[in-house]
Design a protein. Structure first.
Length: 372
């Protein structure tokens, strides 16, 4: 028996290679560090969906297709308008996706790849609408002149973003686009293996994000920095946390036993932001840098290092994303990887039906309730 399916292979995939011993991550054979430096999120989505990089004309057409699928229909906007976007935003986004399968069917065919592209665009537009609603602001229509990251920021700000902010979000989207079979992607595969539709499969994956052991660490990591308050309090705080056997949020990973390569890139971005913007960004960075120093000193011998959730709160803060939406920002990135895994699995689908090892009693006799 393998608790948590740790070490168990449940599918073959060409999408992602995680080299935890050497701190490397590859999408379809390409080093994620090179993709983050040279590519864009739209190109990475194309790569995951098609398992190859596009030509210049193919990328232009794919970007146009993503733009065409950004629209939120009136029924979808009315649905969002009935809720407070700041309360249970993950549930609201998941519900939006569930009702969207039938709504979208009125406007597009049921081709899997078409629906996959639609979901990437819908996640961004839907999340932007939910954030605006949560802030008490009106919905902003997508801007077809802007790329994926820039348009998302435009839809939550109602003004075109600075180039640096677009770069930050684009890199964050790339770094979080895919990561093998964590709980969310595996949950989506389980649902997809029943031949449920793509939207339902994605929602199964998204709802796995509700648990604090998967992704929610970015919000907790931000709260952790705020709790510490200043770099000179880190040592005392860390000692107390260890004595109380508290988890250090943003540290540790099931696969990486060295520094998470995604975290390494985000740390560099966070440092650049701290130096250029100062203020709260610099304060958070200095606390995080000191906590990383202390944490690695004590935890590295056990193979525990900062992960992607550790530095991302500083990037989100710089972008003006409220803390309650960090998990949904991850979901907006990861939709590409989840959907790509579902499409890949469907090429040789088999219902996922594992066994359990029964450890209960046998041969018990029923006793009428009056005699118990």
């Amino acid at each position: 028996m393998f608790r948590g399916l740790e070490g168990v292979y449940v599918a073959e995939s060409e999408l992602c290679l995680i080299d935890g011993e050497n701190s490397k991550l590859y999408y379809v054979g390409y080093d994620v560090e090179e993709l983050a430096e040279k590519s864009c999120y739209e190109e990475v989505v194309y790569l995951l969906f098609n398992r190859r990089l596009p030509t210049k004309s193919e990328l232009a057409e794919f970007k146009s297709e993503l733009i065409r699928h950004r629209a939120l229909w009136s029924e979808q906007l009315e649905f969002i308008d009935n809720f407070d976007g700041s309360k249970e935003p993950l549930g609201l986004l998941s519900s939006l996706l569930l009702i969207s399968y039938d709504i979208d069917s009125r406007y597009m065919d049921n081709n899997h790849l078409t629906r996959a592209v639609r979901l990437v665009s819908l996640m961004a537009s839907g999340l932007a609408a939910i954030i605006r609603k949560g802030m008490g602001l009106r919905f902003v229509e997508p801007n077809p002149a802007l790329g994926h990251a820039a348009n998302f920021l435009y839809m939550i700000r109602e003004e075109e973003p600075e180039a640096e902010d677009v770069m930050l979000l684009d890199k964050l989207l790339i770094l979080q686009a895919e990561h093998g079979l964590p709980a969310s992607t595996f949950a989506a595969l389980v649902t997809a293996s029943t031949m449920a539709d793509l939207y339902s499969s994605l929602v199964s994956g998204l709802l796995a994000l509700r648990g604090p052991l998967h992704v929610g660490a970015s919000e907790a990591a931000h709260s952790q920095l705020l709790e510490i308050g200043s770099p000179d309090r880190v040592e005392e705080w860390f000692s107390r946390a260890m004595a109380e056997k508290r988890r250090i949020m943003g540290f540790g990973h099931r696969v990486y036993k060295t520094y998470d390569p995604r975290a390494r890139i985000l740390k560099e971005l966070a440092h650049r932001l701290a130096m250029s913007r100062g203020g709260e960004i610099r304060r958070l960075y200095e606390i995080a840098a000191k906590l990383e120093e202390v944490g690695i000193r004590h935890l590295a011998p056990r193979g525990i290092y900062p992960n992607v959730d550790y530095w991302s709160p500083i990037i989100y803060t710089a972008l003006g994303i409220p803390k309650e939406y960090y998990t949904l920002m991850y979901a907006m990135s990861r939709v590409a990887g989840i959907v790509a895994h579902v499409l890949e699995y469907w090429t040789d689908n088999k219902l996922i039906r594992p066994l359990h090892l029964y450890t209960g009693e046998k041969g018990r006799r029923y006793v009428p309730v009056e005699e118990r």
